[in-house]
Design a protein around this ligand. Structure first.
Ligand code: FO1
Length: 332
């Protein structure tokens, strides 16, 4: 039985996993998939623990996602959110829909009983029949904090939660730094290291390399597990033709001095044969010139269309990533 472990963020990771599962239903029905999801976007809001990337993956694989908006529940309503806004509780620009609140209330109730996030996530996921094992990268609260230049005449910089930068500011203020608060004392969630070490293939979903894949890898132990797993590690580029597929990865990449290109992101992860994190990197056909450069640098590469134009097409992309892993695998 093939075991596949995916490191993923939210929307891109969710859609990629949905495509992979569609492919596996015909190509390898006995395969088992584990998703290790970013928890750096998580926050306490209105007294509730909100986990955007875990929820995007859960709602998407559970068939309940609002695919137009990209996040939250389809058929959502916002009656409670309007009440919270009237009371000045929460963030008026960060909408917690009525159905979505059901998830946050259930999760928060369990967390308040001392249930760890990974167990709370398993309980929530059990309702949705996801077809994957969904793991948070860590059970600890390691939130991504963004440092921006300050506009008031006080200190030169200002720190804010990632979601404020991402949603209220739409990443319009250049990020000077990303910090994972409390990361030093954090641990991978139960099962995460085993899922990486025991996989037949490890995939990096086409998620934000900085605040999604990067924050998963930032949890102590996870990057080393990726470096040392016997499984081939293959990533799918989130950058096509020098532009982001969705979201604002370019604003994040520039903050860490990485050029917004398929080649640069692969080089940022680095070739495992040289101490880096990946063995293979799938690029879009417009970036085909990166293939030879990556191969020369020890990263197997192939070019094909990477636009998630349909679930089936996304499945073909996932299949191409698995094929690259096999090639890498057989290549030893
Ligand atoms: N994104 C928005 O652009 N506006 C919102 O009001 C918003 C609310 C929200 C509530 C719960 C949740 O899980 C996600 C939400 N998101 C919202 C999306 C969120 O910013 C993204 O899912 C990720 O954090 C970034 O990839």
């Amino acid at each position: 039985m093939t075991t596949i472990t995916i490191l993923a963020g939210g929307v891109g990771g969710a859609r990629f996993t949905r495509g992979l599962l569609a492919h596996l239903r015909t190509a390898d029905p006995s395969a088992s998939v584990t998703v290790v999801a970013n928890t750096g976007d998580d926050l306490w809001l209105a007294g509730l623990r909100v986990c955007p990337d875990l929820d995007s993956i859960m709602y998407t694989l559970g068939g309940a996602n609002d695919d137009e908006r990209g996040w939250g529940r389809k058929g959502e309503s916002e009656r409670v959110s309007a009440e919270l806004a009237a009371y000045g509780v929460g963030w008026p620009w960060f909408t917690l829909g009525d159905l979505d609140l059901g998830t946050h209330i259930a999760r928060s109730a369990w967390l308040r009983e001392g249930i760890p996030l990974s167990e709370a996530t398993a309980r929530l996921a059990a309702r949705w029949n996801l077809g994957v094992s969904l793991l948070p990268a860590t059970d600890d609260e390691v939130e991504t904090i963004v440092t921006v230049a300050s506009d008031d005449d006080g200190s030169p910089t200002k720190d804010m939660h990632f979601e404020e930068w991402w949603v209220r500011l739409r990443a319009s203020r250049p990020a000077l730094a990303f910090t994972q608060r409390n990361v030093a004392a954090s641990l991978p969630a139960p099962g995460v290291l085993e899922a990486i070490a025991g996989a037949d293939v490890v995939l990096f979903a086409p998620s934000n390399p900085v605040v999604s894949i990067g924050t998963v890898l930032g949890i102590p132990g996870i990057a080393d597990a990726v470096r040392s797993t016997p499984a081939p590690v293959v990533g799918v580029s989130p950058i096509i033709g020098g532009g982001v597929v969705r979201g604002m990865a370019d604003a994040c990449l520039s903050a860490i001095g990485v050029e917004t290109s398929a080649l640069a992101v692969a080089q940022h992860y680095g070739a495992r044969s040289l101490g880096g994190l990946i063995d293979g990197w799938l690029v879009d056909e417009v970036d085909v010139e990166a293939v030879a450069l990556l191969e020369a640098g020890g990263i197997r590469s192939a070019a094909r269309p990477l636009w998630f134009s349909s679930v089936e097409e996304t499945g073909a992309i996932a299949a191409a990533a698995l094929a690259l892993a096999d090639v890498g695998h057989s290549g030893g």
